[in-house]
Design a protein around this ligand. Structure first.
Ligand code: UDX
Length: 463
């Protein structure tokens, strides 16, 4: 099929376009960002994502994908138009739909260039219930629904760092539309994925049964996306709350979540206590759902608590560093391991690490920072640390080492060597990544999150 992906240089648009090209479709990714379009056409991906470079170069060579700023060029021969532009949170938490409505305006203006055929508009951006209706009403001013176009909601559930994997091996595909014709087009688009005929990175698909298809209304499809992200956020805040209870009762949250997860009604995923959830999606979507609830006259108490618990994680970790420093952070040298909002990405958006750095700086600490991939982005953004490529160099002269992103390579470092370089052997592991007993045996003061008796009674202090 011929597909046009709008917002095609962004995270969701790029993964979707490349994924569809790999399925055999001919894809044009349209984006207003000239620099990214130019980079992508040279085979250089602006995002860091497992497997993306080779796939991009392969399909530029095969001619199955190209990038342009021109919407009419993307619409030529297209049967499906995918909208994957951003829906960022406004200051008050509401989703900002201006990009979506301007795409709808542009689409209705250029729809007939050159042939005015029937196309399905699939909305992939995470948007509040009602947004599809907005696109429909803008399109409807010029074009006839059912004859010229149909709209479906087809939310994505891609995790950064695993985006391509999640595209090829989804847990489910959600198609929200009243139009049978449109649903048939989208089923055809994803047919190789649904029937598990694709392989990514030589991996076997996680199952042999077809991928579950959830065919539903526009409203339910949009809500499935919000409710899924809000539920993941709730699990994380829940286990973070349990972590603080563990500290006060002598339990260890890692053992508790491990034990809980075997219950088939619970499972192990999204039960890692730590610094809470960051990144561009979970918090934004949770805030948007809170706003949607409030606008409908409902008080979303539980959702608000999930958000508050998350905000307190950063404060509690900062308080912990302060406590270890004897309440004075002025001129203390603190090294941070991990800047990206989670491992396997260079994304600093809404990263808890940057917030921790900022809070510690405000209190007079001197920050040194390392990340395996996000240092160029951190240097460009400069949240106020020295950015050092070598982790052993980064800890030089430090009074404390904070683990803020659970990059697995941090567990492989030589902590004997690290201790020699630090001014004071203190580690605060806000992601529960390291083996505390090994580090204590090496002479470190080690504190995790929710790992047994209150730190005040057991942990030595900085200096
Ligand atoms: C999320 C959703 O998972 C995905 O389905 C949706 O399409 C986009 O939003 P992503 O933002 O890539 O994906 O991040 P995710 O892997 O879900 O992690 C979010 C945050 O939660 C990270 O900061 C991570 O470190 C944190 N997290 C995750 C925890 O603190 N504990 C956990 O157990 C899991």
């Amino acid at each position: 099929m011929n597909v046009c992906v709008i917002g095609g240089a962004g995270y969701v648009g790029l993964i979707t376009g490349l994924g569809l090209a790999e399925l055999g479709h001919r894809v044009v990714n349209v984006d207003i960002d000239a620099a990214h379009v130019e980079r992508l056409n040279r085979g250089d991906s602006p995002i860091y994502e497992e497997g993306i470079g080779p796939l991009l170069r392969r399909h530029l060579d095969s001619g199955r994908i190209r990038f342009t700023q021109l919407l009419p060029a993307g619409l030529v021969d297209s049967e499906v138009v995918i909208i994957a532009v951003g829906s960022p949170a406004q200051d008050d938490g509401h989703a900002d739909l201006s990009a979506i409505s301007s795409v709808a305006e542009d689409l209705s203006k250029h729809w007939d260039e050159p042939d005015g055929r029937y196309r399905v508009i699939a909305i992939k951006s995470t948007v509040p219930v009602g947004t599809a209706e907005l696109v429909r009403s803008i399109m409807g001013r010029q074009k006839r629904e059912g004859e010229d176009f149909d709209i479906i909601s087809n939310p994505e559930f891609l995790r950064e760092g695993k985006g391509l994997h999640d595209f090829f091996y989804p847990d489910r595909i959600v198609i929200g539309s009243d139009s049978e014709r449109a649903r048939a087009v989208i089923k055809e688009l994803y047919e190789p994925v649904i029937q598990r005929r694709v392989r990514f990175n030589g991996e076997e698909p996680p199952g042999s049964e077809p991928v579950p298809l959830v065919e539903t209304s526009l409203a339910s499809a949009q809500m499935i996306k919000y409710a899924s992200n809000a539920f993941l956020a709730t699990r994380i805040s829940f286990i973070n709350e349990v972590a603080w209870l563990c500290e006060r009762t002598g339990a260890d949250v890692k053992e508790v979540s491990y034990g809980m997860g075997f219950d088939s009604r619970i499972g192990h995923a999204y039960l890692d206590a730590g610094l809470g959830f960051g990144g561009p999606c979970l918090e934004k979507d949770l805030r948007a759902l809170i706003k949607i609830s409030e606008a409908s006259g409902y008080d979303p108490q539980l959702l608000r608590s999930v958000l508050e618990r998350n905000q307190r994680q950063v404060e509690e970790v900062v308080a912990r560093v302060k406590e270890a420093a004897g309440d004075v952070l002025y001129q203390r040298v603190i090294t941070v391991f991990g800047l990206a909002f989670k491992p396997q990405t260079n994304d600093l958006r809404n990263s808890q690490s940057l917030e921790v750095i900022q809070r510690l700086r405000e209190q007079g600490a001197t920050l040194r920072a390392h990340d395996p991939v996000a240092l160029p982005e951190a240097r460009a953004l400069d949240p106020g640390a020295a950015y050092i490529d070598d982790p052993y160099e980064a800890v030089h002269g430090s009074d404390a080492l904070l683990i803020l992103t659970a990059w697995p390579q941090y567990a492989e470092l030589d902590y004997g060597r690290i201790k020699e370089r630090m001014a004071s052997p203190c580690i605060i592991d806000a992601r529960n990544l390291l083996d505390g007993s090994l580090l204590r045996a090496l002479g470190f003061s080690y504190t995790g999150v929710g790992r047994g008796p209150s730190r005040a009674s057991t942990e030595p202090r900085i200096g």
